[in-house]
Design a protein around this ligand. Structure first.
Ligand code: GTP
Ligand code: MG
Length: 228
């Protein structure tokens, strides 16, 4: 049960998140090598998960812009680390949102997968401004082996991550509660896991405001000129 005070805090963050994500987002560049990463001069929030889980769709739903991040029926659409600047007019930008390529796409060549894993691991370990990873998990499938491997890496590197369940519109009613409970249990002994799980449908615009609120909780809003 939430107390009234928690309710108020959540409502305030939802409102702040709505404001923040309404400030606009600009695609800046795609990065294929560590040397090309922008200076770590503002906070960074990345979206990770298996190929086709809905990372690019979630970024579009969060920002309310359909074609901002490219989505596709074909797994492996996003092949670079794509950098989006959130609220570009506010204090030179509130945060980097980073759309990561998906993992677990079997049809790529072994060399390509190895090169990609190397880049991703180096990025995850060496990015001092990386405040949180949203780890997207398809609500029809739950945590898979490569998700657990990713979480192992993040726990080791002490990079904070939060599970976001995707495509809940495709679930039968009742199945979601069981999945959330099961996922919560899987997170219990993981030091870098944020305890709160967010269930979303980018298609039906559900839970999106809670991801916005989570982003707002990571940003210094007063620096951006936000008055609660
Ligand atoms: P990669 O870049 O290949 O790793 O994929 P991605 O994780 O960015 O996934 P993307 O956003 O491209 O979405 C993959 C497919 O899932 C697309 O066909 C989307 O339309 C679909 N999809 C994404 N989110 C939802 C959702 O909430 N509900 C439903 N029903 N479909 C979704
Ligand atoms: Mg993508």
């Amino acid at each position: 049960m939430m107390t009234d005070q928690q309710d108020n805090q959540t409502a305030a963050l939802v409102e702040a998140g709505r404001w923040l994500l309404a400030q606009g987002t600009e695609f800046k560049f795609g990065v294929v090598a560590l040397e090309a990463l922008p200076a770590p001069d503002r906070i960074e929030i990345a979206f990770a998960g298996r190929s086709n889980v809905g990372k690019s769709s979630l970024i579009n739903a969060l920002t309310g812009t359909k074609g901002l991040a490219r989505t596709s029926n074909t797994p492996g659409r996003t092949q670079e680390l794509n950098f989006f600047l959130l609220a570009p007019q506010r204090n030179d930008g509130a945060a980097w949102l980073v759309d990561l390529p998906g993992y677990g796409y079997a049809r790529e060549s072994k060399t390509k997968i190895a090169a990609w894993n190397k880049l991703l691991n180096a990025y995850l370990r060496g990015r001092p401004n990386l405040r949180r990873i949203f780890m997207l998990v398809d609500s029809r499938h739950g945590l898979k082996k490569n998700d657990l491997a990713m979480m192992d890496d993040l726990d080791m590197a002490a990079v904070s991550y939060q599970i976001v369940l995707t495509k809940t519109d495709k679930l039968k009613s009742g199945a979601l509660d069981a999945l959330i409970e099961q996922t919560q249990t899987a997170l219990q002994k993981r030091p870098a896991a944020h305890p709160e799980i967010i269930a979303t449908s980018s298609e039906k615009n559900q839970g999106i405001e809670l991801v916005r609120a989570a982003i707002a909780s990571l940003v210094d809003l007063s620096e951006l000129g936000y008055k609660a």
